[in-house]
Design a protein around this ligand. Structure first.
Ligand code: AMP
Length: 330
């Protein structure tokens, strides 16, 4: 087996289907930044995955670049990890096709997204085949373990099945990734609907979604209007006080303490909200400024993303060539 197969790599992509949220930052970007240096990391903007549903090309291109700028502004990239745009590394699409020639129609029809959204008129064929692209994203970088939350486990199961089938049919080619339950990450809830996760796919003007690029005024206003409850006591109790507990969790995640321990410090919801506002602005402000600098200098942004794509291409080319040879496409 190729030496890269024994390497531990971090691999993660975010689909630019909306402006990134504080949830994306705390649950993904900030964790990736903290892991840098300990493992080799490949982080990509999954622009092709956003095309399975109707989309506006102008907004899509802007969101792709802006998400790339946010990855870099949050501290990923440079010589610490590889940041790239998925479509800039054609090996992903090429490998996806080889895997479409490995997958069976039956298993793709059982994928949850397709079952839920595939029956509508005008459904794109890519909504049926995208799990092969996702498998390609993983297999190209020979990640041995793929940490996933519950909603992604079906994709990794399929990736394992495809890799095993390919290896049996055409000879040892892929590292079969292990599915490991994701370490419990902060799950940031929507400020208006605390039972739901804060989601980038919510409408742009959703009042409960803190975007990484919101101005300090917008952040303050959204947190001021966050849903709480009527008993007035700051207490950590996610079951009966989900709104207040979410605010405590955000504050705790940002300052590195535990939400229950923080609660007694606040006499009333006003001071809690003011403190959460300060912490969010302090965290996101520098990232937003760096993002804006990068967006104002598109040549530099494109240069940085191109450099990432080149490094990703070198890593991916070895596996793609092996898979092509194994299948007789030489
Ligand atoms: P998504 O925005 O659902 O495509 O998720 C992209 C990444 O951000 C994944 O690693 C998620 O776990 C993380 N993420 C998204 N939303 C949240 C949230 N509200 N709280 C914590 N992590 C999140």
């Amino acid at each position: 087996m190729n030496t890269a197969a024994t390497r531990e790599r971090d691999l993660s992509g975010i689909t630019p289907s909306g402006h990134l949220t504080l949830g994306n930052h705390l649950g993904a970007l900030r964790r990736f930044v903290q892991r840098q240096g300990r493992r080799e990391g490949f982080y990509f903007i999954a622009d092709l995955h956003a095309l399975t549903m109707p989309h506006d090309p102008v907004r899509h291109r802007l969101l792709t670049l802006s998400t790339g700028a946010l990855f870099l502004a949050a501290g990923l990239g440079a010589d610490r990890s590889v940041v790239f745009v998925q479509s800039h590394v054609p090996a992903h699409v090429e490998m996806a096709y080889l895997l479409e020639c490995t997958a069976h129609v039956g298993e793709l029809s059982r994928m949850i997204q397709f079952k839920e959204k595939g029956g509508r008129p005008g459904t794109r064929a890519s909504l049926f085949t995208y799990p092969c692209l996702m498998a390609a994203d993983i297999l190209l970088y020979e990640a041995r373990s793929v940490p996933v939350g519950g909603d992604q486990s079906q994709h990794v199961e399929l990736t394992r099945d495809l890799a095993e089938r390919f290896n049996v049919t055409y000879g040892e080619t892929f590292v079969v990734p292990e599915l490991v339950p994701a370490a419990l990450a902060a799950r940031v809830a929507d400020l208006q609907h605390p039972a739901r996760k804060m989601s980038k796919s919510a409408p742009d003007d959703a009042a409960g979604v803190l975007r990484m690029l919101d101005s300090p005024d917008v952040i303050a206003s959204k947190i001021r209007r966050a849903v709480t409850d009527s008993d007035g006591e700051v207490r950590y109790d996610p079951e009966t006080k989900p709104g207040v507990s979410n605010l405590l969790e955000i504050r705790a995640a940002l300052v590195g303490s535990d939400p229950a321990g923080l609660a007694p410090r606040f006499r009333g919801y006003g001071p809690l909200k003011a403190s959460v506002t300060d912490a969010v602005i302090a965290e996101l402000g520098p990232i937003r400024r760096r993002h804006d600098e990068l967006m104002a200098d598109p040549a530099e942004l494109v240069r940085l993303l191109d450099a990432g794509a080149e490094r990703a291409h070198s890593a991916a080319a070895t596996v793609l060539t092996r898979a092509r040879k194994a299948m007789g496409v030489a």
